[in-house]
Each structure stands twice: as C-alpha cells, then as structure tokens.
Ligand binder design. Sequence first.
Ligand code: PMP
Length: 446
Amino acid sequence: ERERYRDRTPNSERLADSLRSFVPAGVCSTYRAYEPYPIHADRAEGATLYDIDGESYLDFALNNGTQLVGHAHPRLSEAAKVQIDQGTLYTRPSELLEFAARPLIDRWEAIERVRFTNSGTESVMHATRLARAYTGREKIVRMEGAYHGAHDPGLVSKMPPVDRAGPADDPRPVKESQGVPDGVPENMLLAQYNDAESVERLLREHGSEIAGILVEPACLNLGLVEPEGDFLFRLRELADEYDVVLIFDEVKTGVKLAPGGGAEYYGVQPDLVALAKAIGGGYPVGAFGGRRELMSLIADDLEDETASGAAHYGTYNGNPLALRAVGVTLGEILTTEAYDHVTTLAERLADGYRDVIDDAGLEGHVVTAGSQGMVYFTDKRIRTFRDWGAIDEEFHEAYWLGMVNRNVLPHPHDASQQWTVSVQHTAADIDTHVTAFADLASDLAA
Ligand code: PMP
C-alpha cells in the first residue's frame, strides 16, 4: 500500500522534500509528519479534502476531530466573511463575547463562568494553573498515556515508551521532550485511566500536595477508550473527599460526544472544563470555564474583591472572528437535529465495520460514542495505556494507507486517534467508507 500511496501522490512527495529543508519535518505540529510523507492539502469543503495531486478524500479525520461541522460550513464561512470586514481583532470586549459564552454556559452545568483562549494547550494550562491557585498546592494527578497539550506538563507521559515508564501500578513520569525542566515531572502524579483505585492511592499518599485531577472523560489519545463502570463517578467522589479540583480536558470530547461533551454523555460534572477544537468549527479558539468560585480567582475579575490572582492574558484571546465562529457553530449549526444526524451516521459506520470484520474473518472490534468511533484490530479491549501493546501498529498502518489509497481518510494517521462523523457527511458517504473498507478487508485478512 505504501508504493501505491507514493504512485498516487508525487506532488505531495516533492513538496514534502522541499519543505523539509527549511521547516522541521515539513510540518508545523510534529504529529502531522508520518511515513512516507503526509498528503499535502489543496482545499477542503463539506466532507471532502482535496490534495495537490488532484485526489479527493472522504474525510473522517477532520483535522483531529475539530470539524464536527465539516469543512468550510457555508453558514460559518458567511459569518466569517462578515466579521473579516468588521475587523478581526479588537482587544476589547464586545457583544460577541456574550454570543460565544452563553452556549457554553448553557451546555455545561459546571461552567458558570468562562474565558476564551486560542488553543487546547492554553485551555488546559490555564485550568491547571487555576486549580493550583485555588488549592495552594502544586501536584496534578493525570492519566498515563493521555494527551493534554504541548505545554511543559502536557509533555510528561503522554505516550511514554513502556520500557522507561516503570510498572503499571507505580508509573514513573517520563519527559517526552528535551527542554522540559526537572521540576515539571516531579509535580505530575500518574494514575491509570479506568483505574480509580490508582487515583485513590495517590490521594491517600499525597493528598495534601495535590491541586487537581486532570482527566479526559473518554481517552481520545488511545483511539476511543471509554470510562468503564463508575470510573468518572469515583473521580468526582474522590475530588470531593480530598478537596481537590476535578478538571475535565474536553478539548476533544467537548460538544462531540454530546452537546455538553463528556460531562453530559457520562453524567458527571467536573469543577473546571478545558475546551477547544470543535467549539470553533475549524477556527482557532479554546476556552476554559467552571465553577464560579474557581473562575473568580482570575485576577482581573473586577466583580470579586477577594480575587487573589491566577493570571490569564493573551492578545488574541476572545478575538471577534473566533467568538463569532463559536457562537455560530454552537448556536446555529450544532442543533439537536445535527446531533441526531451525526450519532445515527456514526452508528451506521460502526455497524458497517462490524459486519465487514465478521465477513472477512478479521480480528478486531469497534467502539463508538456520539459522533466518534474507532476500529481496533485486536479482540483485546483497550482500557488503559498499558493495554496499548495489544495493537499491531504495522497492521494498523496498512489499514490506514489502504483506506487512503481508496480515497477515504478514516481518521488521523495512527491508531491513537479516532474518526469523526460530521454534520456534512451523508448516509451515502458512510456507505462509501464501509465499501472501501470491505474492498480492503480481504487483503488485510490475507
Ligand atoms: N487536550 C487534548 C485532550 C487534546 O487532544 C489536545 C490536542 N489534540 C490538546 C489538549 C491540545 O490542544 P491544541 O492542539 O489545540 O493545543
């Protein structure tokens, strides 16, 4: 499949070679580089991505799931054009702040107040800083193998080499970048996703030093790993018992599992929520919000005289283009009908995969939640990062390249990610995706 990929995309290969000489790896986010080279985009519309070799792809990768509204949604493009003519930056508040903030407050019970940022990284960084400010403690409990952004603490044990990570019940924090100061891993305590006991152990031993528990409601850096049993409920109880802040990183789950993200989908409300990606429909924006008493700590909250100060600054924060995108995306595009549409199609896709896997006699299973889904080519259920070893990454790559060669981008390029069904996908698109998989499945089975 690699040779076929090369034959189909000579312009991408040439541009990759050229870009690599002056842009490290030829990309602006290192995850985007993969072997033999990425497909280079020409344009994207609706459910389709077009490349510079004249190929088109039915797109379920959708910019790491950002495009729940699909590409270049006409309503969003129209609103952006209006805003461009009215100015793209004011560095002062406007009515658009209310237009964007209201739907977030309406969707999350936990969000009583909210601030906007420019990315998921910033949202998580500010939420965790706020938890530290609120508790006066420094340590954060996080799950091994989860991704929480590119700031220093986010690069500790996001997907560490297992041979350096210590035993599963006592994982060692691993820096996954040079340049992260030694003090950073010291303040990250590692638990295992889906193992509330591992969180409780850390709280029992270090409770007086722990500011918060940081968790994705469903782990979307391991494909699609859902919380099992009472995992999230136990985290809520433990946070209350030990008086620590429960932070949901909903950068990927937010507005995609349900209108109110993983908190609504799984019925557990955190104290703080970090958001980005799908809330802006493809425009660069993030947000963090939560309980009034926490958010009021942000220093320049003029209403609260007791505010003692957790900084939040940024020139582009809450810029009018991003705010308009959030308001239109949440208020006008992601309606109840839109959620019915994506959920129905995501189930159709998952069922299609299951049938093909059965018919072809492949080993594998499919997980789906809201607009999200993932195929794992193993019968072993993936519950934690340590289960990841069950995935045959070479086999998954063959599947992925095989799908791309059949003009479907099933999800971003490796098994750490998942597919997203957008409001602009149709039932026919789902069937095309399943047909492409059926065509490939016999090769894979062989
Ligand atoms: N948290 C999670 C759960 C993410 O998946 C990501 C990005 N994939 C981030 C944070 C960081 O977001 P961004 O890339 O917008 O900085």
